[in-house]
Design a protein around this ligand. Structure first.
Ligand code: SER
Length: 889
């Protein structure tokens, strides 16, 4: 076996395909940017989908056009047939995050080369034994009307030295690859490897174990021959060109080439496993339960770190929720099995940053931020874990069985896996309804699966009505607010009307900037443009109606006043981004942005709330930059490398094209890659003012601000307000001090009032005591209504009353608030009534509570009840005598 490191293996894959004229491109972010329907990048081909469908032209890379590419793609598959999160770590070859090595042909080479090269790399270059390899090919499918892939069978025979017996025909499930419900697809041919001993291989042929989930006979490479587009109606549409999409499991091929039976024994994982073992004071490989925990943690830190690096963060829905679940699962294993009771997970980011610094530098670059996000999640989860244990104790108190729903709640909210719950239950002699739990889990998985599937925008499948055949399209809105245009296509989408133009001044929503609105006119006919969205390189204009005659020349004009206000907010966003980095530090990176005509919102990585001083400083700096009236420097088509060299601010996890647009306001202050529209010089922004600073997620702050006309009206609103306050206070030298004084005075008056009320109610209580009646049983009953008393006052009176009366007394007081529709009741009993007569205040007040439309309870000596029917208070007090008498035991 070779002693290649994983880094060498990856590099050799790149070199092999570079040699065969492939562009070696970067992995796309594992968090897809423009596809909200896709939770995580789950295949290498995701980023090339538009090329396969013929919607985008061929690949551009390093200034050249390519029809071949290769890369390693970060993929996350947390739901699906083999990748149920609950199983990761228990076996040795499935992962939440893995690298997929791939080579692609965009309408260039096809099956012959794909098969020949796969064999050449595996056998000739890497020296795998041919008799351990199996090739599966598509065996045809009646439903789709597709024949056996005889061509692939013949090619395996002619292009490789594979044993003909090792070519196996398989069905659609294994050998027809589809991206999702819809999208590019085609028959595929997989390479499987049999890693068993010669002895075992002699006893049972490997072909019987292919596709049987045997960890020693596993798939290593999938060669997909893309030739169809699966349409929403499930039919297959032949694509204009044929493509190749291959995917090889990187961690698996490393295990194979390094002679390991477990992916976790390769150098992809050993650095992290060793760190975990060191932290736990253990050795990996000695104890299966502890090994599983270490594998879970080693796997999960990768998924969590890579997704945070690419712009996601733990949260309560969608991607954020998946990340949170993965993170909590790891922490829980650490806590439960490895005895990590303090945050530990974040410490592993260092190892990954170092290990991947050449191939995925985004981790090292954002290390501090990633560490902070994970640490804060860990801290709060450890607290949750404590609460979970408390809740568990409550759930099982006095019971001999924990319901499936409760077990699921512990799992879902507190991250307790069922085995932990079972263990804790066993310790308390309680059974767990595991079947019920499994039912809940299944439902949840179905929900997750449904959410994780691709669902391609259905509107794309509905064809356009073409007015004019043309491929031309131009966005002129950086320079012009108006343009002479032709309508080239239209369609109805639900209750909206959509049109495409041959050119447009309308900015389509992107990069956080909202779309322009405006008019498209022709003589008397005018269409209101309500929204503009990008789709497959075209701009879709949503209009209020369709004219009868779409032909001829139209005038498209944007609402320029609105656009100008939007621009002010967008340019101000760049100024504030630079100011935040200058004042808070370089760790500040954009995490989200929204710009419209009324405000700007900017999310960025930073670990604590900004202080008032920092907000002031940033606000001041931005306003200085506005007053400097820095002219806009706008450059289009700058090669990406040049922009990087000039230190342009780029977003991590963003996929940029070959050339980019660079927006500069003073090359020493703000240089950003940006497709948005901007002011001609910063002076146009007028004035900038923060309106809010809040937290959005762990480690991410949000600022909101206004500028231009909005800032001006905000200032005038504030002036008006101040004038009103001054007018109300009257003559004042120091307004703030005078307002504070008023508040203090109000507080002390309220206290005085409370005292007086207490005295009043005290007097009323004394009166009730004096007039107390006797029940048949000789018990003294003090009862009555105390006007204006709330529950606290009633309770206080109850205690005071018991002090004053000492023995053989029941005190029942009530009050009501007709306006609020509330009624309060309090029952207090002297000790002897509890002991000798068996009375309980809680039981009595409970019955009274029901009479006033509510309920209550409390201690045997004092209890309270609330209700929603104040009109029934009198009746309830009437019934007290009877209730007490009936309660005597
Ligand atoms: N798209 C195929 C897969 O994901 C090959 O890359 O397996």
């Amino acid at each position: 076996m070779s002693h290649k490191t994983s880094a060498q293996i990856r590099q050799e894959f790149f070199d092999f395909f570079a040699e065969k004229d492939h562009a070696i491109v970067d992995s796309a972010p594992v968090v897809p940017k423009n596809d909200p329907t896709l939770l995580f990048t789950n295949a290498g081909m995701n980023q090339f989908k538009a090329i396969f469908l013929g919607e985008e032209e061929v690949l551009k890379h390093e200034g050249k056009t390519w029809n071949r590419a290769a890369d390693t793609q970060k993929c996350i598959r947390v739901s699906g047939k083999h990748n149920d999160l609950e199983e990761v770590g228990h076996d040795t070859y499935h992962h939440t995050l893995f690298e997929m090595l791939g080579n692609w042909s965009f309408g260039d080479y096809f099956k012959k080369e794909a098969i020949a090269w796969a064999w050449e790399l595996l056998v000739d270059e890497w020296g795998l034994e041919p008799d351990r390899l199996y090739a599966t090919v598509f065996g045809g499918d009646e439903e789709d009307g597709l024949p056996v892939d005889d061509e692939a069978i013949e090619l395996w025979k002619s292009e490789t030295s594979i044993d003909h017996d090792h070519i196996l025909k398989c069905g659609k499930k294994d050998n027809f690859w589809e991206m999702g419900e819809t999208g590019p697809c085609g028959p595929c041919s997989e390479v499987h490897i049999d890693l068993r001993s010669d002895e075992e291989r002699k006893n049972k042929p490997g072909r019987d174990l292919v596709n049987m989930d045997d960890p020693r006979v596993m798939e290593i490479w999938n060669l997909v021959f893309i030739q169809f587009n699966r349409k929403p109606d499930a039919s297959l549409e032949k694509l204009p060109a044929q493509h190749v999409d291959t995917g090889m499991g990187f961690e698996r091929i490393c295990a194979v080439l390094q002679g390991k039976t477990s992916n976790y024994d390769t150098d992809v994982f050993t650095p992290i496993i060793n760190e975990i073992a060191d932290m736990a004071g253990l050795k990996y490989g000695n104890d299966e339960e502890k090994d599983i925990a270490m594998r879970v943690i080693a796997d999960h830190i990768r998924a969590v770190t890579f997704s945070i690096a690419d712009g996601a963060s733990p949260g309560n829905d969608g991607r954020g929720y998946v990340i949170r679940r993965i993170l909590r699962r790891a922490i829980r294993y650490g806590w439960d099995v490895l005895d990590f009771k303090e945050p530990f997970f974040y410490k592993l980011v260092d190892v990954l940053a170092e290990q991947f610094k050449d191939v995925f530098p985004e981790i090292l670059a954002q290390k501090e931020y990633i560490v902070n996000v994970i640490r804060s999640e860990e801290k709060s989860f450890l607290k949750t874990l404590g609460q979970g244990i408390e809740l568990f104790n409550e759930m099982v108190e006095g019971k001999d069985k924990l319901s499936g729903g409760d077990a699921f709640k512990l799992h879902d909210t507190y991250g307790f896996p069922i085995d932990l719950t079972e263990l804790m239950a066993r310790e308390q002699g309680v059974e767990v309804d595991v079947e019920g739990f499994n039912k809940h889990m299944k439902e949840q998985k179905e929900r997750a699966r449904a959410a994780g599937k691709f669902s391609v925008d259905q509107s794309d499948s509905k064809s356009w009505n073409v007015v004019e055949e043309t491929d031309e399209f131009e966005f002129v809105g950086y320079d012009d607010a108006e343009a002479e245009v032709n309508i080239i296509a239209y369609r109805k989408e639900g209750d909206r009307f959509a049109i495409q133009l041959n050119k447009t001044p309308f900015y389509a929503e992107s990069g956080g900037q909202v779309a322009d609105t405006g008019l498209i006119t022709n003589g008397d006919e005018y269409l209101k443009v309500l929204d503009v969205q990008k789709s497959n390189g075209q701009f879709i204009h949503y209009v209020d109606k369709l004219p009868e005659d779409l032909s001829g020349s139209w005038k498209a004009s944007i609402d320029l006043d609105r656009r100008i206000e939007i621009q002010k907010h967008h340019s101000a966003t760049h100024l504030v981004h630079a100011a935040l980095r200058g004042i808070l530090g370089d760790h500040v990176a954009q995490k989200g942005s929204l710009v419209d005509e009324n405000h700007l919102r900017f999310d960025f990585s930073h670990f604590e709330a900004m202080t008032d001083e920092q907000l002031d400083e940033v606000e001041q700096l931005v306003n200085e930059k506005i007053q400097e009236n820095i002219p806009l420097q706008e450059e289009r088509n700058v090669p990406i490398e040049e922009a990087k060299d000039r230190g342009a601010m780029m977003l991590f996890g963003e996929k940029y094209g070959e050339t980019v647009r660079v927006i500069t306001f003073d090359e020493n202050y703000s240089v950003e890659l940006c497709g948005g529209t901007h002011v001609g010089a910063t002076g146009e922004i007028g004035y900038f003012r923060f309106t809010q600073e809040t937290s959005v997620a762990a480690g991410i702050r949000r600022i909101e601000a206004v500028c231009g006309t909005r800032a001006d009206s905000l200032l005038r609103d504030e002036k008006r307000l101040l004038k009103q306050v001054k007018g109300a206070i009257g003559q004042s030298q120091d307004l703030a001090a005078d307002v504070m004084k008023l508040i203090e005075e109000k507080k002390s008056l309220e206290k005085e009032l409370e005292q007086m009320q207490l005295q009043n109610t005290g007097a009323k209580l004394d009166e009730l005591i004096q007039n107390a009646g006797s029940l048949d049983s000789d018990i003294k009953l003090v009862k009555g209504e105390i006007a204006g008393a709330d529950m606290d006052v009633l309770k206080q009176l109850g205690y005071d009353g018991l002090q004053k009366t000492k023995k053989n007394t029941a005190i029942v007081l009530g009050s009501k608030d007709d306006e609020e529709g509330k009624v309060y009741l309090m029952v207090a009993l002297s000790e002897d009534l509890i002991k000798e007569k068996g009375l309980k205040a809680g039981a009595i007040v409970g019955q009274l509570g029901r009479l006033v439309g509510g309920g209550g309870g409390g201690q045997p000596n004092l209890a309270t009840a609330g209700g929603r029917q104040p009109e029934k208070l009198g009746e309830a007090l009437e019934k007290v005598n009877e209730i007490i008498t009936d309660s005597i035991s």
